[in-house]
Design a protein. Structure first.
Length: 173
């Protein structure tokens, strides 16, 4: 069943005047919000407003909901900085990650002996260092906080020397 469309609440005379004045604002955020709110007050749906203004429907809905909750304060842009910063590894788990990387991936049932950031993220989740699977970047930043610089694992290449395999076999015997 479809949800009922959301419209801006009934505007007071002062609110309508402020929104009309905001249409002349140099601030693009305020201008867009005023356009959305006035269109909604005239009975247009969020999807129609979004199409007319070339924005996303969620942008229109966010503006309408913000105005319905906070009034004219919704015309001011808030901070774009995240309210909480989620770190994949706290200090203790970052140290455990460092210890984990001093072991071979084969100890954890992996078929390679080279750690990659992706593999470290996978194993750290499997070992319970993180509550959910983290990204490669989360592993890299956790190591950077510990002062560890991650360098990409290099795959050994074979030599163009036709006798390479024979020479390599005699060196390891």
């Amino acid at each position: 069943m479809a949800r009922a469309p959301i419209y801006v609440r009934e505007l007071t005379h002062d609110e309508r005047a402020a929104l009309v004045a905001g249409l002349r604002s140099r601030d693009a955020f305020m201008l867009r919000r005023c356009q959305i709110l006035l269109a909604s007050a005239s009975g247009k749906r969020a999807s129609q407003i979004a199409t007319a203004l070339g924005c996303d429907t969620d942008t229109a809905l966010n503006a309408i909901n913000a105005f319905n909750q906070t009034g004219l304060a919704a015309l001011k842009a808030g901070s774009s900085v995240a309210h909480t910063i989620y770190r994949g590894f706290d200090a203790a788990h970052a140290e455990q990650l460092r210890a984990l990387l001093h072991q071979s991936p084969r100890n954890f049932g992996k078929e390679t002996s080279l750690w990659t950031l992706e593999l470290a993220a996978e194993v750290s989740f499997e070992q319970g260092l993180t509550p959910e699977r983290v990204s490669r970047e989360a592993v890299r930043t956790a190591l950077a906080r510990l002062g560890v610089r991650w360098k990409r694992a290099k795959q050994w290449i074979t030599s163009p020397d036709p006798a390479y395999v024979r020479k390599k076999a005699t060196e390891t015997d």
